[in-house]
Design a protein around this ligand. Structure first.
Ligand code: AMP
Length: 281
């Protein structure tokens, strides 16, 4: 596994690898952008990238511009050595580990999240967060020029906005979405789960349980969004709920669940930790 820390070096390395003997034309490149503290969720993205592509690139970059003032940028979990091992064992070819100075300059061109989709749900409680996400993803995609880039459905709003950016900016990368990987008791894996105390970890199970309640209602043909949201909220109480929302795949509010076109999303705060989860129907 090759470890590279600057955009220029990575671009050069990738363009040289296209000239390697024995291959016709360009290699396919699968790219997995992450913020590190890797877990099974990230590993699943890497494995999917490994299946479909000749070269697998993963980036680990805790992107400062997507953290708002007072958020956990300085305390965000960092596990560099363990992450390197995980990458090596998962079949990563290139690990990109840039520092902020090599990604950002002083007087930056801005990429702005759309004013509706970027400012609801997580974007409502974290205004500007998705400007930072889209900026860094745009930069990383331009550095790596991957054939395919892999993102988790767990961050549904992020995935939706990145897909929109790629479409609206006519970027030539295929965005591949990957199902959420969970603990055996249902909790969605997240780098932030390590912040949870034992009690909070137990309470966090209410999140996936509330989504299961919704799924069971829908199986019984109860499709009224209001009714489902109320039941989910009842189950989540007394947790601090940021939102429980039922949207279509274009992220518009819908009054009734439409099969194959619905995402049910939850975000709660446990102690100081925000936890997201969702199901796609
Ligand atoms: P992060 O390091 O949190 O920025 O996540 C990097 C990528 O991994 C994003 O595309 C996430 O959506 C994805 N991801 C995070 N947690 C999970 C999970 N539990 N299952 C699947 N993908 C995940």
């Amino acid at each position: 596994m090759k470890i590279i820390s600057t955009p220029i070096e990575l671009k050069e390395y990738l363009s040289n690898s296209n000239k390697t003997e024995g291959f016709q034309g360009n290699h396919s490149v699968g790219f997995v952008p992450t913020m590190g503290a890797l877990h099974e969720g990230h590993i699943t993205l890497i494995k999917e990238a490994r299946k479909d592509n000749e070269i697998v690139v993963i980036s680990i970059f805790v992107n400062p511009t997507q953290f708002l003032e007072g958020e956990d940028l300085d305390n965000y979990p960092r596990k560099d050595e363990a992450d390197k091992k995980i990458c090596e064992l998962s079949g990563v070819d290139i690990l990109f580990l840039p520092n902020a100075n090599s990604i950002y300059g002083n007087d930056e061109v801005s990429i702005l999240a759309p004013s509706v989709r970027g400012y609801v749900l997580e974007g409502f409680s974290r205004p500007g967060h998705f400007n930072g996400v889209l900026s860094v993803v745009m930069k990383l995609l331009n550095i790596v020029s991957p054939t395919r880039a892999y993102f988790g459905k767990k961050d549904a709003q992020q995935l939706n906005l990145i897909t929109l950016m790629v479409k609206q900016f006519f970027m030539s990368v295929e965005i591949i979405s990957i199902d959420t990987v969970r603990e055996s008791d249902g909790l969605a894996l997240s780098s932030r789960n390590i912040y949870l105390s034992k009690k909070e970890r137990e309470e966090a199970l209410k999140i996936s349980a509330s989504l299961q309640i919704a799924a069971k209602m829908i199986i019984k043909n109860i499709v009224d969004s209001h009714e489902i949201i109320n039941k989910m909220r009842e189950h989540l109480e007394p947790l601090e709920i940021f939102y429980v929302e039922i949207l279509n795949r274009d992220f518009e509010i819908i009054k009734e669940v439409e099969l194959e076109n619905t995402v049910i999303l939850v975000e709660v705060k446990l102690g100081e930790t925000r936890l997201l989860d969702n199901i796609w129907l």
